[in-house]
Design a protein around this ligand. Sequence first.
Ligand SMILES: Cc1cc2nc3c(=O)[nH]c(=O)nc-3n(C[C@H](O)[C@H](O)[C@H](O)COP(=O)(O)OP(=O)(O)OC[C@H]3O[C@@H](n4cnc5c(N)ncnc54)[C@H](O)[C@@H]3O)c2cc1C
Length: 806
Amino acid sequence: MRSHARVVIVGGGVMGIGLLYSLAEEGWTDTILVEKGELTSGSTWHAAGQCPSFIADYNLAKVHAFSNDLYARLETMTGEATGWHATGGIRFATNQLELDHFKRVEGVAANIGFRMQIVGPEEIHRLNPFVTTRGVLAGAWTLDDGYVDPSSACNAMATAARRLGATIVRHDRVTGIERLPSGEFRVSTERGDIACEHVVNAAGCYADRVSAWLGVQTTFANMKHQYVVTGPVPEFVGRDDEMPVMRDPYASAYYRQEQESGLIGIYERSDTREAWAEAGGPSWESSNELFEAEYEPITPYLERVMERMPIFADAGIKRVVNGAISHTPDSNPLVGPAAGVRNFWLATGSGIGIAQGPGCGKYLAQWMVHGAAEINMIGMDPRRFGAYADKAYTSAKAHREYWDMYRLIPPGEERPEGRPAKATPLYEKLKAKGCVFTEGFGWERPKWFSLDGRAEECGFRHNNVFEVVAAECRAVRERVGVFELPSFAKFDVSGPGAEAFLDRLCANRVSRREGGIVLAHALTEGGRIATEFTITRLASDRFFVLSGALAYQRDLDLLRFSARHDEVVTITDVTADYSALIVAGPRSRDLVAKLTTVDLGNAAYPWLTGREIAVAGISVRALRINYVGELGWELHVPMAHVVALYDAVWAVGEELGIVDFGLYAMNSLRMEKAYPGWGAELTNEITPVEAGLDRFVDLDHDFVGRAAVVAARERGASSHLVYLEVGATDSDVAGGEPVFAGGRAIGVTTSGGFGHATGKSLAFAYVDTGYETAGTRLEVELIGDRWPATVLAKPVYDPGNVRLRA
Ligand SMILES: Cc1cc2nc3c(=O)[nH]c(=O)nc-3n(C[C@H](O)[C@H](O)[C@H](O)COP(=O)(O)OP(=O)(O)OC[C@H]3O[C@@H](n4cnc5c(N)ncnc54)[C@H](O)[C@@H]3O)c2cc1C
């Protein structure tokens, strides 16, 4: 057994093997995958093997597309059978909302290139003559997917990886992992130790235990999931055609042909799907384990499947597979770096790992080898969950995700499970005022205010909160609004080396002026955008560094891992210490001035200035900056005083016409100002060159990624961030929609919204070279309709920043 490798992967299920293969394709073959039993003896072997390509998330859809592509060619590549059945799939829509959803996914398909058609009941019958379609409006027919035999496909991937030089060790359990002073890891196994540079935890249902050796949290719950295999179905005997895999919200089920039998899987509503709940997890000895069949919870759903597929009704049940499956709080897998431990990676947490394993492997391999993946990984990054996502939270969310597997969750819907995980002292007060909250990194954040008790009618089109949000926006543009946004990631970076450290880390330089604020992007060595910081110089050697809620753990690691031994710098996480009240609008100076003795005039307190001042007798960090494009201050206030400050703001604000506003309004207002957002426009996929961030890149100093940015500039961008006015009437861009020129897909949207003060539907998109010039006429597809879109040169609201400087 080898004692050294570049990478050790713990776990030989589809996630581990998928990664091993792609690492080898990327050229990393000094790798060892260690599996305690046979390959696939965890969750993988018993899976039903379906690989849907109907995925609404643009980036995850790429993950699925790669898996399907690989499965389709794996047998030819390796000469080993994979059991790939290219049957395609049909998902049913039974109401208009689901149909709208299909049309959105059709746009994703057009962009990514998997084939999908929306078909009516007649065509559904042609494709599956056995199904009844009562109540079905349409089907989403995807033509490039199907199902595999999971064990055979994994063994074929393992063969492909071995041929490229990777090593697989079976029947050897990893018993511990330690970080060595050299920065390497010692992976202890039953057969000896392996020293390595990188460890990947692909241990499936054991992944939390493996992570615990390094003190890392891995956020998923082990659930049970069942499918039944019927006895032989006479109608399938001797039939050449195979029906597509059916996915049916009415029965919360998938069903397909399994040789001459039927296979039916159910996602039932139940609060008790946790696997090994009493034991606290699977035993290390567990291998190829299945649970006793549990008929009762799935019977009502099976009855619905029989209604749909009467040919299954008399076939009887031959076999039940009740197996373990991991689910995360948002159903996305955990793929990327683990928080807090450099070079410790996760490839786990997938509830549909057969469909995702090869694709996750591909993009994780890119990340490990090149420092960034070519797709936006934010939705898969394990660091999107923090300590707040404890066992109770995770279990509640995972159960809900499980039973919502085939239910459409319309945009705007708020599900209550696990909430509130993190609420500030102001939460109850805002709730009593009609605040509707939405969750971000566990934080409850105001979304909009229901002043008349209305509930949002959620969907893809403008709805009954459109006017409410418009009123919030108007008030901010015309008077003043207040918005509590506690979720910023907040760090104090201090010490004699703080300035040089931040300058080295960021493409922009920190302000030389005490009180100066800059926007600065930390890049990877390859020049891709890692994060966006707002940096305020509070003193010569003290900086207040802010970033987005979801960036919290990434940025904490980025800052801590980047500090060199010779840099005298202290990084303090102050995220939980402060909330923030954003007070913005033309009357905001009048308002804040009533609560402070500090001169807020332009000479003393210009735009892009941040200071520690007393407001309402409370010491706050008052930053004259905001994301809504008005005169205003972000008041970062100690958590204990947020209620007092809010009350004081309202007490003096009423006569100025103050309103509460939330994230819906903020999105509308920032779109009017053409402010791109980290995670949507600014991601690991691109460099500042594509994003048009030239004014935030100071090439006169050295910084991480500088050489790559210079090279990218010389090469020129092949893709460009553009700001669009869209001619849509009843819906807006959400992100992931295709952009067309002359009928050809040439780009993809990243985010959008309706600008209420300007009456315009606005969007950001990345488009190919040649389509970025202002005035270029394009089309954007929204919910199946193509709308004209024009590339704009400037923000539609206050392009000269006059109001910010007022
Ligand atoms: C009934 C059922 C049907 C399903 N159907 C589908 C489907 O149709 N399509 C789909 O996409 N998904 C399906 N799934 C889900 C799918 O099975 C899982 O998402 C997938 O198998 C997870 O793969 P994994 O590699 O993360 O985990 P696993 O397959 O569990 O692999 C983890 C491996 O790590 C090993 N290991 C753990 N700890 C150690 C250690 N300390 N040392 C060495 N080795 C270790 C384990 O032995 C195991 O082999 C289904 C699941 C169930 C239960």
